[in-house]
Design a binder for this molecule. Structure first.
Ligand code: TYC
Length: 122
């Protein structure tokens, strides 16, 4: 997530000429520009198709755990049904992992074979 920083010096002195001396030697503020704009990795939570989980149950799961509307949830469910898998949501690692645990546990408790997984987005 954090690449080696590229620092720029933000001068806070009127007579502080740019690029003079080593960084920080003339006062001013060092700003790590690259780290600041670096994006954290994101993860797609993916639902997998199966032959037994009812469509209504999948729609309910997508609405409950991924905050989608009925209309959006139906679209995602049909996409999974037709293509074999589909993205229910994109999250930071910790949240993606939590969604997968919650969905898989809820499906198992309901005695349906529905499974979700997550993978890093490209
Ligand atoms: N294929 C299932 C059926 O025909 C529906 C389904 C959709 C199951 C999406 C899982 O992730 C899934 N009842």
């Amino acid at each position: 997530m954090y690449s080696a920083g590229v620092f720029i010096k933000m001068s806070n002195q009127k007579n502080d000429s740019p690029n003079s001396g080593s960084p920080g030697s003339q006062g001013g503020v060092l700003v790590d520009v690259e780290s600041r704009v670096d994006k954290p990795k994101m993860y797609a939570v993916i639902l997998l198709n199966d032959d037994y989980t009812p469509m209504d149950f999948v729609v309910l799961v997508i609405k409950r755990f991924f905050g989608k509307s009925e209309e959006e949830a139906i679209k995602v469910m049909l996409d999974v049904h037709q293509k074999g898998s589909g993205v229910a949501g994109i999250y930071h690692h910790e949240l993606a992992e939590m969604k997968v645990m919650q969905v898989n546990q809820f499906a198992q408790m309901s005695q349906y074979p529905l499974k979700s997984t997550y993978e890093e987005t490209t």
